[in-house]
Design a binder for this molecule. Structure first.
Ligand code: SAH
Length: 482
């Protein structure tokens, strides 16, 4: 039997799809790129903006004929369109879908297949296959699709499910449920499994990944650590207690055979000095921080309930840059949030001009059901104006990123090679910059290459591979700062 998983949305969804694939592989199914030949067809969905939800619904309508032609095809819908509480209207609208799965939960599909396939295909071959899969490599709890073993270099690993912050624009807490951290030992075991299958880099994921582990330590601990910005009106309690994500980074850093560790997305209020010090000190943890600001105006930030001011964010960026040499910082921005005036938007523009961040993920505000903003504020910035603001920031970002990337010209960077694209090797620097280089002399997949940059655009770099391994930028920086 073959399965096909189509994934929309964020890295968390990609990770959830891989988790589902792992379970299907254990049942003996194999992946196919061709959805028309799949026996099990799953759509993993995103609803963060209306556009994403529309895309999911039109995909479902598009695959309906496949199901009509062959009713034996098992169709599953997973992710934020379904949500943790189930979505009854969705089930009514798509009665031909066999299985609905909450985000990060492949169990309903596994149960369905075991029940149905166990009966329908209860021949010796199937029984043998199910049995075999259970015995094949019991030490591997997490499996890559068979065709990716030894070929997939970088994998996303969820470490915190859900979110309990409730930003006023955001639907995620409603669809992914309350914040739940995975136990450290379980994550480490999973990363070991991945490394055994050839993986060299993991990105630890959470909606607020820098809150990892506080929930495991008990309510009180988490609340005490909360250090909202002045704008929130909640008094700051800067109680210097231990950051559990540091333990996790340390443990993952120690896994032999793993080359690189990243983590995202961070919330500004939880980026402790202890965490930044760990990023600097742990050799496998890359100098790459994703910390969304969302807006540069304090009133907008307050209405978003982000819990910090633009000055808090400025200070955070300063702190990150002071602590981590050659760090790259990425952010997210929403333009056209409810009530955002031209002057308020310009404060976002000016903040980005001042901070010169490496990556800016842009989005136009889209009202989402159940959120406070959708219930209480008017979506009063016209679409054309949202589009104009989006384009302005997009052009600004392209200019700034190009300028930042120019600084890499003639420098040698260390690239972890992830694959080949149109005859060129493709990989990433410690700062997560995309690099292409040509070299037919050897197989670079999964290797670290020293690449001298010869061309720098806004979205990628190109270079030539250096014959001799050199001291890397990061090592140099560490030595210089020691
Ligand atoms: N947990 C992360 C973000 C997850 S969603 C955080 O706290 O920042 C990814 C991005 O989608 C957000 O950072 C935000 O920029 C964008 N986004 C979320 N809800 C949105 C909405 N209603 N309209 C437009 N963009 C939205």
């Amino acid at each position: 039997m073959k399965y096909h998983v189509a994934t929309f949305g964020c890295q968390m969804n990609e990770a959830d799809s891989q988790r589902l694939a792992s379970e299907l592989e254990k049942l003996g199914l194999r992946a196919t790129d061709n959805r028309a030949e799949a026996d099990v067809l799953v759509l993993n969905t995103c609803v963060v903006r209306q556009g994403a939800e529309d895309k999911a619904l039109s995909y479902l309508n598009m695959i309906k004929p496949l199901k009509q032609r062959n009713p034996n095809v098992v169709v599953g819908v997973m992710g934020c369109l379904v949500g943790v509480r189930g979505n009854t209207p969705l089930k009514r609208a798509f009665p031909w879908v066999d299985v609905f799965m909450a985000p990060s939960d492949p169990a309903p599909m596994v149960d369905f297949l075991l029940q149905r396939e166990g009966k329908r295909l209860a021949d010796e071959e199937t029984q043998a296959r199910f049995a075999l899969q259970d015995n094949a490599a019991p030490e591997l709890r997490f499996r890559l699709p068979a065709h990716e073993v030894g070929k997939r270099v970088s994998v996303n690993v969820p470490v915190v499910y859900g979110c309990s912050h409730a930003c006023t624009f955001c639907i995620i807490p409603f669809r992914r449920g309350v914040e739940r951290s995975r136990p450290l030992g379980e994550i480490v075991a999973e990363v070991r499994d991945l490394v055994a299958q050839g993986v060299k880099e993991v990105t630890l994921l959470g909606q607020i990944v820098d809150r990892y582990g506080y929930d495991l330590l008990g309510e009180d601990y988490a609340i005490k650590r909360y250090n909202p910005g002045a704008a929130s009106g909640i008094p700051s309690q800067n109680i210097p207690i231990h950051t559990p994500l540091v333990d996790l980074l340390q443990a993952v850093n120690d896994i032999e055979g793993l080359e690189r560790v990243r983590f995202l997305t961070s919330h500004p209020n939880w980026m402790t000095d202890e965490l930044l010090d760990a990023v600097r000190a742990l050799p496998k943890v890359m100098p790459h921080i994703e910390v969304p600001v969302q807006a540069g105006d304090d009133e907008v930030l307050l209405r978003m309930r982000r819990g910090y001011t633009s000055d808090d964010y400025r200070r955070l960026v300063e702190r990150i840059r002071a602590k981590i040499p050659n760090v790259a910082i990425a952010t997210d921005i929403i333009v056209g949030f409810c009530g955002e005036t031209e002057a308020q938007f310009m404060r976002t523009y000016e903040l980005l001009e001042e901070l010169r961040l490496d990556v800016v993920h842009l989005a136009k505000y889209s009202p989402r059901p159940h959120t406070l903003a959708a219930r209480e504020y008017a979506d009063d910035v016209p679409e054309a104006e949202k589009e104009r603001r989006f384009r302005l920031l997009e052009a600004q970002h392209e200019r700034i990123t190009r300028e930042i990337n120019q600084q890499y010209l003639d420098r040698t960077v260390e690239v972890l090679v992830e694959g080949k694209h149109k005859g060129k090797w493709r990989g990433r620097t410690p700062q997560n910059k995309l690099v292409f280089f040509e070299d037919e002399s050897r197989n670079w997949l999964g290797q670290l290459a020293q690449v001298k940059i010869t061309w720098a655009g806004a979205w990628s770099l190109q270079g030539t591979v250096q014959a001799q391994p050199q001291e890397t930028e990061r090592e140099r920086a560490l030595v210089a700062s020691a």
